[in-house]
Design a protein around this ligand. Structure first.
Ligand code: PHE
Length: 434
């Protein structure tokens, strides 16, 4: 089976797909609102510190494990030791659970794109958003539509599906983002937004902030559910994955910063608050767009950008269970995709309805949607990343000397992989579970 495994067309398509996976709703939807809730610039500093120091180690370990074993997640863990199969299985399961809430947001995005094109006058966006999320049939239709788009692209395979989508959507994403940033910076008082992002107020620093930042960093870098491991397993040529690791981290951080630069100046220019939470992008921003000439076009452009980012991440999430199912059960990708579609649909429909008719159903005191977000970001991703570091460091024996010339840095890498990062992840897990 391994011999006829697919591989990337070139170094470039691999990096583009990996960046496509990392840059998603985590950067444009989650990052600005989490930063808004955690005091702005000082959160950014903490986040940058963690990304530069702690996060590159598990990211590298995932790519390395994929590249070395050349297997999908379950096979990769099993090839280190058959007893580790269970840690491999956790990855596609986490992927299915993430997609079951991620694609709901994808569905809302499709609705907002259509809204922009229809140029409807909406008086109150918070009401509009609540209606959209609570209306069972349209909400489920949008979720399933987004899932269908991603599943079809993923089912088409590495070259015709994943590379194809990234080659079109990533440049589209970058171009729209630049246009919107230029537009936002022209608004009166745009500098207040930049100050909020870049002028830290150290009195706001607190321990919880470090943990929010670490959770956000894992999510946005796609660490801890096998997406990068699976993408890494398709790397053919002798590629320097250390360089890829830095490129992915640098690009993801750049796009998170650019997302902030795109959003905060507009918010401050209109005298609004940046701490409105998850509704920042679906309520506050559309409200701003509705007050400017040709705002509906800007609204559509912004949500097309979000759509591009969400699709390229969505396909990387689906690739994990699809690759595992098709390679383990030796069935075609199309058949595997069909099964994954059914499973994700079965979980995401109740999650979609948890905003409306199923809002009474609680898991650990949370709605189904919130539960899926919580269990994946705060529990499963840190846990998977923890086992990944332990297995890569202690059993697969990935060492700094394999790719770093500097002895001090390579020792530091080894200590990070074997001790510091696993410890930090467990800390995140314990605090996250409280
Ligand atoms: N990194 C993606 C984002 O920022 C989400 C994601 C998580 C993708 C896990 C793949 C795996 O939106």
């Amino acid at each position: 089976m391994e011999n006829n495994r697919p591989s990337w067309t070139s170094k470039y398509t691999f990096i583009l797909a990996a960046i496509g996976s990392a840059v998603g709703l985590g950067n444009i939807w989650r990052f600005p609102y989490i930063m808004g809730q955690n005091g702005g610039a000082v959160f950014l500093l903490v986040y940058l510190l963690l990304i530069m120091t702690i996060c590159f180690i598990p990211l590298f370990a995932e790519l390395a494990m994929g590249k070395i074993t050349k297997k999908e997640c379950i096979g990769a863990f099993e090839s280190v030791n058959p007893k580790f199969k269970i840690f491999g299985i956790m990855n596609p399961i986490t992927g299915i659970l993430i997609s079951s809430f991620y694609f709901i947001v994808g569905g809302w995005i499709i609705n907002y794109i259509l809204l922009g094109f229809r140029n409807l006058k909406i008086a109150n966006f918070s009401e509009y958003f609540v209606q959209l999320t609570q209306n069972s049939i349209p909400a489920c239709t949008y979720t399933l539509l987004f899932l269908l788009i991603c599943i079809i692209l993923t089912a088409r395979g590495i070259k015709k599906g994943i590379e194809f989508a990234n080659n079109i959507l990533m440049p589209l994403f970058a171009v729209i983002m630049i246009i919107l940033i230029i537009f936002g910076l022209q608004l009166p008082n745009a500098n207040l937004g930049l100050e909020y992002m870049f002028k830290p107020d150290f009195s706001k620093i607190n321990p919880q902030m470090f943990l929010s930042a670490l959770g956000q960093a894992l999510f946005t870098l796609s660490i801890g559910m096998g997406a990068l491991l699976t993408y890494g397993s398709y790397i053919k040529e002798d590629k320097n994955i250390m360089k890829s690791t830095y490129t992915i981290i640098f690009s993801d951080t750049l796009f998170a910063l650019l997302a902030g630069i795109m959003i905060f100046p507009a918010i401050f220019s209109f005298g609004l608050e940046p701490n409105s939470g998850a509704g920042l992008v679906f309520v506050t921003l559309p409200h701003i767009f509705s007050q400017i000439p040709f705002g509906h076009i800007i609204l559509a452009a912004f949500f097309i950008l979000l759509f591009a980012a969400a699709v390229t991440s969505g396909i990387s999430i689906l690739e994990v269970p699809i690759a595992s199912l098709s390679e383990r059960l030796k069935i075609s990708r199309a058949k595997a995709a069909y099964w994954v579609f059914l499973i994700v649909a079965a979980i995401s429909i109740p999650a979609t309805l948890s905003f409306g008719i199923m809002s009474e159903y609680k898991l650990l005191n949370r709605s189904i949607f919130d539960f899926l977000d919580f269990i994946t970001s705060n529990v499963l991703m840190p846990l998977n990343a923890f086992f990944l570091c332990i297995i890569a460091g202690w059993f697969l024996k990935i060492r700094g000397t394999m790719f770093l010339k500097n002895k001090f840095l390579s020792n530091l890498f080894d200590i990070g992989l074997k001790y510091i990062v696993p410890f930090a992840l467990i800390l995140l897990l314990i605090i996250g579970l409280k």
